[in-house]
Write a protein that binds this ligand. Structure first.
Ligand code: PA5
Length: 347
C-alpha cells in the first residue's frame, strides 16, 4: 500500500515534471488577458508572498535585462510610493487569500494604479471581479510553490509586449528543452540526486550572481518547504563584500557543516567568474563542500526554467533522503490560522 508520505512525494514529483506545460499554459493565458502597456506603465510592480512572489521575482531578471520595462517585486503589504496613476501593479496570490497581497491590492486601487490579479480564486478573485479588474486565473488545488510554471508564465505573458520580440517561440523551445532535462533530473543517478547527495545533512547555501538571485532564493525556499530544513542564499558579487569575512573566520571543523552550491550561468561577466573562483579556493581550503551547478544555456530564459526544474528535483531528493513528506507545509497553515488573513483586513 502506498503511504501518505509516498503519495506526497509522487505528487510533488509529478508537479515538478509538469513545469514546462504549466509555463506554456500560463504564458498563453497571460497574453490572452494582457492589456496594452502605455509608456508610463513600463514601470511595473508585482506584489506577492512566498510561492507566488517568487514567480514574479523569477521573471524580474529577464524583464530587466531584456525588455523596456522595469519590474519591482514587493514582498509586503506596502506598495512603494510612486506606483500610482499610470503604473501597472500585478497582484500575485495563488490562493487569493494572502492578507499582504490583498492589502496591496487595495493600496494600488487607492493610488490609481492599473491592477491585474493572478490567482486561482479566493478573495482576490472576488474583489477583482466586483471591481472590474483584469484577472488571470490559474488552475486551483495545487501547493502555491508548485504553481510556479503557471504564475511565471502568466507574468511573462502579461508583459510579452514589452520585449523587443514576442517570447512565444523562445518559450516553446525552452519548454521542450526543459522537458527532456527533467527526465534526467528525475533519475536516481542524475544530477539532482548527486547534488542532494553532496549536500547530505549539511547546511545548504545557494549562491548566484545578482540577476539569478531569485533562482537561488527559489532553491532555498524549495529546500525549506519540501525537505523541511533550513537553507540560505546570497548574492554575488555583494557577498564578496561581507560574507567572505565570515567565511574567512570559520574554523575548518565548522566549515564541514556547510555545502555551498554556486549557480553558474555561462553569460556571466569575467569579473564575476574571477570572483567566484577566488571564493571557491577560499572555501575549498577550509573544507566546505562545494557544488558548481552549471545552468545549461546562455539563453537567460532557458537557464532560468531549467534551473527551477533542477532545484525542485534537488529539494525532492533531499526530502526523500530525510524521509519527510514534501507536500504539506503545516507550519504555514498553522501560522495563517493563528494570525488570520482575509477577514482581518479592513478596507
Ligand atoms: O508555499 C507556500 O505555501 C507559501 O509560501 C505561500 O505561497 C504564501 O504563504 C502565500 O500564499 P499565496 O501563494 O496563496 O498567496
Amino acid at each position: 500500500m502506498t503511504t501518505a508520505r509516498g503519495d506526497g512525494l509522487g505528487r510533488m514529483r509529478a508537479l515538478a515534471a509538469a513545469l514546462p506545460d504549466a509555463l506554456e499554459t500560463g504564458y498563453r493565458s497571460g497574453r490572452e488577458v494582457a492589456a496594452p502597456l502605455s509608456k508610463q506603465e513600463l514601470r511595473v510592480a508585482a506584489v506577492g508572498m512566498g510561492g507566488s512572489g517568487i514567480a514574479a521575482d523569477l521573471a524580474r531578471g529577464l524583464v530587466e535585462s531584456e525588455s523596456r520595462a522595469s519590474l519591482t517585486v514587493v514582498r509586503s503589504a506596502h506598495l512603494p510610493r510612486g506606483f500610482g496613476a499610470g503604473s501597472e501593479v500585478l497582484l500575485v496570490s495563488y490562493s487569493g487569500n494572502t492578507w499582504e497581497t490583498l492589502a496591496a491590492y487595495d493600496m494600488a486601487g487607492r493610488a490609481g494604479a492599473r491592477r491585474t490579479v493572478i490567482t486561482s480564486g479566493g478573495t482576490l478573485l472576488e474583489r477583482a471581479e466586483s471591481d472590474g479588474v483584469v484577472a488571470l486565473t490559474v488552475p486551483p488545488g495545487l501547493p502555491p510553490r508548485s504553481a510556479v510554471g503557471y504564475l511565471l508564465g502568466g507574468v511573462l505573458g502579461l508583459l510579452d509586449s514589452v520585449f523587443p520580440e514576442s517570447l512565444e517561440g523562445r518559450l516553446a523551445r525552452v519548454a521542450a528543452a526543459t522537458r527532456s532535462r527533467i527526465a534526467t533530473y528525475a533519475r536516481r543517478r542524475g544530477p539532482a540526486a548527486a547534488l542532494a547527495e553532496k549536500v547530505g545533512l549539511r547546511f545548504p547555501l545557494i549562491y548566484a550572481e545578482s540577476s539569478f538571485l531569485p533562482l537561488a532564493r527559489r532553491w532555498k525556499t524549495q529546500i525549506e518547504e519540501n525537505a523541511k530544513r533550513l537553507a540560505g542564499f546570497d548574492e554575488i558579487p555583494e557577498l564578496l563584500h561581507n560574507a567572505i569575512v565570515g567565511w574567512d573566520a570559520v574554523s575548518s571543523g565548522d566549515a564541514r557543516r556547510y555545502a555551498v552550491l554556486f549557480l553558474d550561468w555561462p553569460g556571466e561577466s569575467p569579473m564575476v567568474r574571477t570572483s567566484i573562483a577566488y571564493l571557491e579556493r577560499l572555501l575549498k581550503g577550509k573544507g566546505v563542500v562545494l557544488g558548481r551547478v552549471e545552468l545549461p544555456s546562455d539563453d537567460r530564459l532557458e537557464a532560468l526554467v531549467s534551473g527551477i526544474a533542477l532545484g525542485d528535483h534537488v529539494s525532492l531528493f533531499l526530502a526523500e533522503r530525510r524521509g519527510v513528506d514534501p507536500y504539506p507545509v503545516d507550519a504555514i497553515t498553522r501560522l495563517k490560522a493563528a494570525v488570520g488573513g482575509t477577514d482581518r483586513i479592513h478596507r
